[in-house]
Design a protein around this ligand. Structure first.
Ligand SMILES: [Zn+2]
Length: 182
C-alpha cells in the first residue's frame, strides 16, 4: 500500500473517533515508518516484523502504565499506528522475521459472476510466500495514481468547494508548528 494511504487511513480513523487531534497528527509518521526498511534492503521484513510492530510498543505501553502514566495515551496511539501498517500490508508481510524468513499473506475478495445467472462468491487465500524485491517500496502505486486522478477530476467539478478545502487544510498545516511547541 502507498505510504500516503498508510498515513491517511489510520489518521482519518483516529480523527473520526475524536482522538486528541494534536497527538494523532504528531504520531502519524509512525504509520509510515515501517516502510523505511526498504532503505536497508529488507522491505516488508525489518520494519514489518513483530519486534517493531508489537514487542517495542507493548513494552512502551507496559512501561508507561507502570512508570509514566502521562505517556500512556500516546503509547496507545503509537501501537495503533504501527499495527495499522501491518494490517494494511496483509497482502504480504514477514511478520515473524527474522525467525521465519517468509512473508505471510492474506487475500480476501468478494466476486460477482454474471454467467449462468448472477452469483456472488467469496474468495480467501492465505499462506506463506518467499521474500521478494526487498529493496523497493512504492512511493505511489496504481492505486495512488487513481486516487490523484479522482481528486483532480473532483477538483475540476467542485472548484469552489475544493479551493475552500485547500485553504482550510493550509491553515491547519500552518498551525502544526504551533501544536508542536505546545
Ligand atoms: Zn509496508
Amino acid at each position: 500500500m502507498d505510504p500516503l494511504m498508510h498515513l491517511l487511513l489510520p489518521l482519518l480513523f483516529l480523527l473520526a473517533l475524536k482522538v486528541d487531534a494534536r497527538r494523532a497528527v504528531l504520531l502519524a509518521p509512525l504509520a509510515v515508518l515501517p516502510d523505511l526498511d526498504a532503505l536497508f534492503g529488507l522491505h516488508r521484513a525489518l520494519g514489518h516484523s513483530f519486534v517493531p510492530i508489537l514487542v517495542l510498543p507493548m513494552a512502551l505501553l507496559a512501561y508507561s502504565h507502570l512508570k509514566r502514566p502521562e505517556w500512556f495515551a500516546a503509547a496507545v496511539v503509537a501501537q495503533f499506528y504501527l499495527a495499522s501498517h501491518v494490517v494494511l500490508d496483509l497482502g504480504g508481510v514477514a511478520f515473524l522475521w527474522p525467525v521465519v524468513q517468509e512473508q505471510f499473506y492474506l487475500q480476501l475478495g468478494v466476486t460477482l459472476t454474471a454467467e449462468g445467472g448472477l452469483s456472488i462468491g467469496f474468495e480467501a487465500d492465505w499462506g506463506m510466500q518467499e521474500l521478494a524485491d526487498m529493496g523497493t517500496t512504492y512511493i505511489l502505486s496504481d492505486f495512488g495514481f487513481a486516487l490523484i486522478l479522482l481528486l483532480a477530476l473532483s477538483a475540476l467539478v467542485f472548484r469552489k468547494e475544493f479551493l475552500a478545502a485547500v485553504s482550510k487544510a493550509w491553515s491547519f498545516i500552518r498551525s502544526v508548528p504551533g501544536l508542536l511547541r505546545r
